[in-house]
Design a protein around this ligand. Structure first.
Ligand SMILES: [Zn+2]
Length: 141
């Protein structure tokens, strides 16, 4: 099975940077998009109520239910998730790996985007054969 390469809208990547620029806590949300012939297209990012500490966030159940309803009738899916690691670099922690495995079990092309607003870096990941793999991506207007 070939997993799709990533294309993300420039404005959406900027939206993720804006959401996560508060470096005092970990902030996250969901990536919305669709599958095209050769690509996983990410064209939106959303965030909602969440509990957050400096090292972990989780989205509220209400928010997830709301999102699931919204996308139940649309051609867009939840294609991944994003969260920030303020000042401690871009990688998947053991909790992040467990979360990413759930997303990939629901949608095999799902990706994790980790942003460090302090170091101004970001990386996309998937878990492939139990290994965390950093992914290349393209942007579009
Ligand atoms: Zn994390």
């Amino acid at each position: 099975m070939k997993l799709k390469d990533i294309k993300i809208k420039k404005k959406t990547l900027q939206k993720v940077f804006n959401y996560t620029e508060d470096s005092s806590k970990e902030i996250g949300g969901l990536l919305i998009g669709s599958l095209a012939d050769d690509f996983l297209i990410i064209d939106d990012a959303i965030t909602g109520n969440q509990s957050s500490t400096p090292i972990h966030f989780s989205l509220s159940e209400d928010f997830l239910v709301e999102v699931a309803k919204k996308f139940g009738e649309s051609e867009d899916y939840i294609v991944g998730w994003f969260h920030s690691h303020p000042g401690f670099g871009c990688f998947l922690s053991s909790i992040d790996r467990a979360t990413q495995k759930i997303y990939q079990s629901l949608f095999k092309h799902a990706v994790a985007l980790v942003i460090d607003p302090v170091r101004k870096s970001h990386k996309f990941f998937r878990i492939i054969e139990e290994e965390v793999v950093e992914l290349d991506y393209q942007t579009f207007e």
